[in-house]
Design a binder for this molecule. Sequence first.
Ligand SMILES: Nc1ncnc2c1ncn2[C@@H]1O[C@H](COP(=O)(O)OP(=O)(O)O)[C@@H](O)[C@H]1O
Ligand SMILES: [Mg+2]
Length: 217
Amino acid sequence: MKIISFSHQKGGVGKSTLCFNVAAMLSSKSRTRIIDLDVQETATNLNFLREYNNLKPFDIQKANTNEQLLELFQCAEQEKLEYICVDCGGFDADVNRVAISLSDVIITPVSTKPFEIFGLNKFITILEEIEEDAHKPICTNVVMNNIHPSLKDIQVIQDLCASKPNKVKLAQSMIRSRASFVASSAVGASVFEKNFDLGQARKEIISICEELILYNL
Ligand SMILES: Nc1ncnc2c1ncn2[C@@H]1O[C@H](COP(=O)(O)OP(=O)(O)O)[C@@H](O)[C@H]1O
Ligand SMILES: [Mg+2]
């Protein structure tokens, strides 16, 4: 069983969007479950939207405490699930730290909005603290998300990742700003369902899965 956490202490960067689209892609071939750690319950609410729109529910479970999270991991292992996608809350909390420390892959969406660099710097500090407590190396994969189609220069983020190579690795794949992510999530769907996407968003999600999960684990 592989645990993939979508984590950043900053909200609104795309953790939930990437989490359920990556989970949708993985679940097409492998037994996959989403664990929702966010008090805002974005992932959990997704299933209400899916039900309302006659879509088959995703396998989603919710944990609020470290004990509940560890129990869910244990159950998933017993059930022989292949992938667990953890949608972490956009804040720093013990339960998010436990998920990060037990993850096989950590994915941190980052945009190019001003001040993003401060948020990522703060997250690096959190990762350093988790690493110290867990006594093992912790490195996240930064995925540029919600990037304007014409934007090519991501030098500031590239420089920051290069300055902390053991903590943050910049993924080659990036996710552009696409209406299909917004339109699909409005009905609880992924970009792999219905006809919101002409193929580009799907391609980007597949590329993230291949680079960070399927060919990497
Ligand atoms: N690549 C993208 N293109 C367009 N909109 C996006 C993209 N990624 C996220 N969004 C939008 O940004 C908002 C925040 O995303 P969300 O996944 O909820 O962030 P988080 O879970 O980090 O708080 C949502 O309205 C979502 O639809
Ligand atoms: Mg979220």
